[in-house]
Design a protein around this ligand. Structure first.
Ligand code: GLV
Ligand code: MN
Ligand code: MN
Ligand code: MN
Length: 389
C-alpha cells in the first residue's frame, strides 16, 4: 500500500516527501484514503477539525480507534504517519478475511497537520479536537506564505468556523492505538509498544537589529541579529545534556540577502527532555545565553512559546495488555511527538512501534523492512481483534 502512494508528494529538491496539511499532495492522500476506506465498506466522515474518520459499521460510543497522519515534515520519510494508516487499512483486511465482526465500534482516524510542518504547531488536528489549543489560536497560525490554517481549511473544503473542542467526537473514542515507525534505534525486534513520550515544545525567538550594507557598515557600527541567533544554536547544543535534546532546524533571516546585514532573524527552537522541570530549565538556559548575546550586539529579542506538552506516560494497563496479546513485546520510550500523546490525556492510549533499522526519521533515509511492517500490521490486527471482542 505504501507503494501505491510512493509518488505522491515527492520533493525533488529536498529528497523524500513534502506532504503538507491541506496542500495538494496531502489532499491527494486524503482522497486516496477515503477511496480505500469506502472500498472496504467503511463509512467515512470528516470531523469539525479536518480529521478523517472511517467507521467499520455504526459509529458510536466506546469505540476502538486506530490511525495516524498523512502529512510529513519538509523532506520527510515514507513511513512516519502513512505506515499507521496503511497498517490500519490492512488490519481491517485481515480481520474481514477472518470473518471477524467487531463487538464495539471500530474506526480509523487520520489526523490533520500532525507534524506542524506547514503551520508550526504539531498535532493541530488532535489538539483542536481535544481543546488543547484554542480555535482562535489555531485558525490564525500562518504558513510560510502567510496563508492561515483557517484559510487553508476553507480552501480544502472544510468549515473553519466549526473548529474547536469536539466532545461528541472525542466522547466516542474508548481506546486509541497508533502504529508508528520507530524513530530511533531503540527497537531490536520487529514490533514494540510505547511507554512514554518526552516533554517537548517549540519556541520562536525573534532577534531584531539593524538592516544595513555588508560592505559599507563598519563592524563596530553593526547591530547584527545573526550573532545572537548563532549563539542560540550553540547554546542549544550545550544545554542539551543527559538525555535532553535541543534543536534549531529552522532559522530565517529577514530580508535574507548575502550582502545584507539582516534586520531580524527568526529562530525556532525544538526542546525535549524527560520531564517538565528539566525541559523548562534547558530552555531557560538557552534563552539566557541568547538574551545576553543579543544585549552585547545591541539587539532585541522576543521569545514566544508556540507549543508545549509535558511528558506523556501511556496507559500502563493497556500497554501491558497489548504487550501480552503480542507475546511479550518490549516497551520503549520515544522522543517523538504523536497524536496518541495528545489523546492520552483523555482516553486510554497505546502505540505500537515497528523497527527502524536506519534509526533515521524526518529524513528520506527513514526505513522499515517490509517483513517488519507486515509483523506490525498483524500485531495491530490482533490488538484490534482483542480490544473489539
Ligand atoms: C513529530 O513527529 C515530532 O516529534 O516532532
Ligand atoms: Mn508521525
Ligand atoms: Mn514525525
Ligand atoms: Mn510525530
Amino acid at each position: 500500500m505504501l507503494n501505491d502512494i510512493a509518488d505522491v508528494g515527492r520533493d525533488a529538491r529536498r529528497g523524500g516527501y513534502s506532504r503538507h496539511a491541506f496542500d495538494g499532495p496531502e489532499l491527494e492522500l486524503r482522497h486516496w484514503f477515503v477511496e480505500q476506506a469506502v472500498r472496504r465498506g467503511l463509512n467515512v466522515e470528516t470531523d469539525r477539525n479536518g480529521n478523517l474518520w472511517a467507521w467499520w459499521g455504526e459509529r458510536g460510543a466506546n469505540a476502538v480507534v486506530t490511525g495516524s497522519h498523512l502529512d510529513s515534515v519538509p523532506g520527510g520519510g515514507a513511513f512516519d504517519g502513512p505506515l499507521g494508516v496503511t497498517s490500519a487499512l490492512e488490519a481491517v483486511d485481515l480481520l474481514q478475511a477472518r470473518g471477524f465482526t467487531p463487538k464495539r465500534p471500530l474506526a480509523i482516524a487520520v489526523f490533520a497537520e500532525e507534524e506542524g510542518g506547514r503551520f508550526g504547531v504539531a498535532c493541530l488536528g488532535s489538539r483542536l479536537l481535544t481543546g488543547a489549543i484554542a480555535p482562535e489560536t489555531a485558525l490564525n497560525l500562518k504558513d510560510p506564505d502567510g496563508i492561515t490554517f483557517g484559510e487553508a481549511m476553507a480552501k480544502a473544503g472544510y468549515d473553519p468556523a466549526t473548529a474547536g473542542r469536539d466532545d461528541k467526537v472525542l466522547g466516542r473514542i474508548g481506546k486509541f492505538v497508533e502504529l508508528h515507525v520507530e524513530q530511533g534505534r531503540g527497537l531490536s525486534v520487529p514490533v514494540g509498544v510505547a511507554s512514554s513520550i518526552l516533554a517537548h515544545g517549540r519556541w520562536r525567538f525573534t532577534f531584531t537589529g539593524e538592516g544595513n550594507h555588508a560592505g559599507a557598515t563598519l563592524i563596530e557600527d553593526r547591530r547584527d541579529p545573526m550573532l545572537p541567533a548563532s549563539q542560540l544554536v550553540l547554546a542549544a547544543r550545550k544545554a542539551a545534556r543527559d538525555g535532553g535534546r535541543a534543536t534549531v532546524g529552522r532559522l530565517v533571516p529577514n530580508p535574507g540577502g548575502t550582502n545584507v546585514i539582516a534586520s531580524t532573524v527568526d529562530v525556532w527552537l525544538d526542546a525535549r527532555d524527560a520531564d517538565d522541570a528539566r525541559t523548562r530549565a534547558m530552555v531557560a538556559e538557552i534563552t539566557e545565553s541568547a538574551t545576553r548575546a543579543a544585549e552585547e550586539e545591541g539587539c532585541e529579542v522576543r521569545v514566544t512559546e508556540e507549543s508545549y506538552g509535558d511528558t506523556v506516560h501511556f496507559d500502563a494497563a493497556l500497554r501491558d495488555e497489548l504487550a501480552g496479546v503480542l507475546g511479550g513485546v518490549p516497551a520503549l520510550p520515544t522522543g517523538a511527538g504523536h497524536d496518541a500523546g495528545i489523546l492520552a490525556a483523555h482516553v486510554p492510549t497505546a502505540m505500537l512501534f515497528v523497527r527502524n533499522p536506519t534509526g533515521v526519521s524526518h529524513a528520506p533515509e527513514e526505513f522499515a523492512e517490509q517483513s517488519d511492517c507486515d509483523e506490525g500490521t498483524k500485531a495491530l490486527a490482533s490488538t484490534l481483534e482483542h480490544l473489539c471482542s
